[in-house]
Design a binder for this molecule. Structure first.
Ligand code: ZN
Length: 92
Protein backbone atom coordinates (compact mmCIF):
# COMPACT_ATOMS: atom_id res chain seq x y z
CA UNK A 1 0.00 0.00 0.00
CA UNK A 2 1.20 3.43 -0.91
CA UNK A 3 0.70 6.19 1.63
CA UNK A 4 -0.95 9.40 0.52
CA UNK A 5 -4.29 9.43 -1.22
CA UNK A 6 -7.02 7.76 0.82
CA UNK A 7 -8.91 5.09 -1.08
CA UNK A 8 -12.50 6.06 -1.66
CA UNK A 9 -14.35 2.77 -1.78
CA UNK A 10 -17.81 4.24 -2.18
CA UNK A 11 -16.99 5.73 -5.58
CA UNK A 12 -15.92 2.40 -7.01
CA UNK A 13 -14.56 2.38 -10.56
CA UNK A 14 -15.42 6.01 -11.23
CA UNK A 15 -12.08 7.23 -9.90
CA UNK A 16 -9.71 4.76 -11.46
CA UNK A 17 -6.22 6.20 -11.67
CA UNK A 18 -4.95 7.09 -15.12
CA UNK A 19 -3.04 4.49 -17.02
CA UNK A 20 0.72 4.42 -16.56
CA UNK A 21 2.95 4.34 -19.66
CA UNK A 22 3.55 0.66 -18.92
CA UNK A 23 -0.16 -0.04 -18.89
CA UNK A 24 -0.59 1.80 -22.17
CA UNK A 25 2.02 -0.47 -23.73
CA UNK A 26 0.22 -3.50 -22.31
CA UNK A 27 -3.03 -2.26 -23.80
CA UNK A 28 -1.41 -1.79 -27.20
CA UNK A 29 -0.27 -5.40 -27.00
CA UNK A 30 -3.73 -6.54 -25.94
CA UNK A 31 -2.50 -7.63 -22.50
CA UNK A 32 -4.17 -5.03 -20.31
CA UNK A 33 -6.67 -6.36 -17.76
CA UNK A 34 -10.26 -5.58 -18.67
CA UNK A 35 -10.73 -3.34 -15.62
CA UNK A 36 -8.02 -0.98 -16.81
CA UNK A 37 -9.12 -1.18 -20.43
CA UNK A 38 -12.52 -0.02 -19.25
CA UNK A 39 -10.97 3.12 -17.80
CA UNK A 40 -9.30 3.75 -21.12
CA UNK A 41 -12.63 3.56 -22.89
CA UNK A 42 -14.01 6.24 -20.59
CA UNK A 43 -11.00 8.54 -20.35
CA UNK A 44 -9.92 10.64 -23.31
CA UNK A 45 -6.80 11.69 -21.44
CA UNK A 46 -5.60 8.10 -21.46
CA UNK A 47 -7.08 7.14 -24.79
CA UNK A 48 -5.13 9.66 -26.89
CA UNK A 49 -1.61 8.50 -25.93
CA UNK A 50 -2.81 4.89 -25.88
CA UNK A 51 -4.13 5.11 -29.42
CA UNK A 52 -0.83 6.63 -30.50
CA UNK A 53 1.01 3.76 -28.85
CA UNK A 54 -1.25 1.21 -30.50
CA UNK A 55 -0.63 2.66 -33.97
CA UNK A 56 3.09 2.57 -33.28
CA UNK A 57 2.82 -1.03 -32.11
CA UNK A 58 0.95 -2.07 -35.26
CA UNK A 59 3.54 -0.38 -37.45
CA UNK A 60 6.36 -2.08 -35.56
CA UNK A 61 4.79 -5.52 -35.83
CA UNK A 62 4.36 -4.99 -39.56
CA UNK A 63 8.02 -4.09 -39.85
CA UNK A 64 9.00 -7.22 -37.95
CA UNK A 65 6.81 -9.27 -40.24
CA UNK A 66 8.44 -7.85 -43.34
CA UNK A 67 11.99 -7.95 -42.06
CA UNK A 68 13.91 -11.15 -42.61
CA UNK A 69 14.08 -13.35 -39.55
CA UNK A 70 17.29 -14.00 -37.73
CA UNK A 71 19.56 -16.36 -39.52
CA UNK A 72 17.89 -15.64 -42.82
CA UNK A 73 21.11 -14.41 -44.40
CA UNK A 74 22.97 -17.46 -43.16
CA UNK A 75 20.37 -19.83 -44.57
CA UNK A 76 20.46 -18.09 -47.93
CA UNK A 77 24.22 -18.23 -48.03
CA UNK A 78 24.11 -21.96 -47.32
CA UNK A 79 21.79 -22.53 -50.22
CA UNK A 80 23.71 -20.45 -52.70
CA UNK A 81 27.09 -21.79 -51.69
CA UNK A 82 29.17 -21.76 -54.79
CA UNK A 83 30.52 -25.19 -55.52
CA UNK A 84 34.27 -25.16 -55.45
CA UNK A 85 35.63 -25.99 -58.83
CA UNK A 86 37.03 -29.46 -58.75
CA UNK A 87 39.99 -30.15 -60.85
CA UNK A 88 43.39 -28.72 -61.11
CA UNK A 89 44.19 -29.14 -57.43
CA UNK A 90 43.21 -32.75 -56.78
CA UNK A 91 45.68 -34.72 -54.76
CA UNK A 92 46.36 -38.35 -55.38
ZN1 ZN B 1 -7.33 8.22 -17.54
Amino acid sequence: MKPGKPADRSVGTMKEPHLTPDEIVLWAEGLLPAVRALHLAQCAECFVPAERERVLFVQLSRLEHLAPSRGFAERVMERVRIPTPSGGHERR
